[in-house]
Design a binder for this molecule. Structure first.
Ligand SMILES: NC(=O)c1ccc[n+]([C@@H]2O[C@H](COP(=O)([O-])OP(=O)(O)OC[C@H]3O[C@@H](n4cnc5c(N)ncnc54)[C@H](OP(=O)(O)O)[C@@H]3O)[C@@H](O)[C@H]2O)c1
Length: 247
């Protein structure tokens, strides 16, 4: 009997959920619970952390999970690390469904940062207008450069005061398009873009817009996670479910 745990929170996870539901698979979709109104899924859905590696290991056993698919965001490194460890401890196969990282192309002006801290350091000293397109986590680290005006694009309105003195908040949920992102950056007089290298199509419009407007992008590289099979399409994941040892 196959019973799948799909760790979600990305466009890729939602597209895989649709295929699993259409195939009549026995699968549970898991959200961390970071957003107030998560996208509804065509699979039974649970919300909230498992309680670390131990909690997840217990969940896998109690729920008789036979396969885990980690389709979390490439920057959700804690969840991905926990998932590999929990699966190892209870002997359940795991794969990641992950989009390839974005690569700079002709006309792009990217500065590569290997951490949030180095992205902060890469911003200029003179006041700038920064599109800080990194979600709501890690904003506090940018308080080290309070001279800048930060445009934030968030899924939910912030519940608490923001840790940055000069901000404009745009409430929106992707996918985004090039015309919209170009207009957004022009409207706010953006001079710099800070992005996480998420990959995929849904959040790539800001990079094309930055290229068109001749703006520099500070691109934060992906955090390291333990090794596991990484698959790039729904079809590959479906094949892996049938033969997990083949990946
Ligand atoms: N990081 C980003 O930039 C980003 C961007 C877009 C979407 N997301 C999505 O937002 C969610 C949280 O990301 P994060 O970066 O905060 O994760 P994280 O730092 O790797 O995870 C922190 C903790 O949140 C819980 N968690 C994370 N993803 C979960 C899931 N899908 N189901 C159940 N519990 C989950 C786990 O708690 P326990 O230890 O208690 O199990 C995990 O240890 C993920 O679903 C991710 O796909 C993240």
């Amino acid at each position: 009997m196959t019973r799948i745990l799909l760790l979600g929170g990305t466009t890729e996870a939602s597209s895989l959920a649709r295929t699993l539901a259409e195939a009549g698979a026995d699968a549970v979709f898991s959200y961390a619970g970071r957003t107030a109104k998560p996208v509804s899924q065509p699979l039974p859905t649970r919300v909230g952390g498992f309680g670390g590696v131990e909690g997840l290991s217990g969940y896998l056993k109690t729920e008789s999970i036979t396969h885990v698919i980690d389709a979390t965001h490439p920057f959700a490194a804690q969840m991905s690390t926990n998932a590999v460890q929990a699966c190892k401890s209870v002997g359940v196969p795991i794969c990641a469904f992950e989009r390839p990282a974005w690569q700079a192309g002709e006309g792009d002006s990217w500065l590569h940062a290997d951490s949030i801290e180095s992205a902060v350091n890469a911003l200029p000293e003179a006041p700038a207008r920064v599109f800080l397109a990194i979600g709501k986590q890690n904003l506090a680290q940018f308080a080290a450069k309070p001279q800048h005006h930060y445009l934030l694009r968030l899924v939910d309105a912030p519940e608490a005061d923001l840790p940055l003195p000069h901000t404009t908040v745009e409430i929106a949920r992707g996918p985004f398009d090039i015309a919209g992102d170009t207009a957004l950056m022009q409207r706010h007089g953006i001079t710099h873009v800070v992005a996480k290298n998420a990959g995929g199509a849904g959040a790539a419009a800001k990079l094309t817009a930055a290229r068109t407007l001749g703006l520099p992008v500070i691109m934060i590289g992906r955090p390291k996670v333990p090794e596991r099979p990484v698959l790039g399409s729904v079809a590959e994941v479906m094949a892996w479910i049938a033969h997990p040892s083949a990946a």
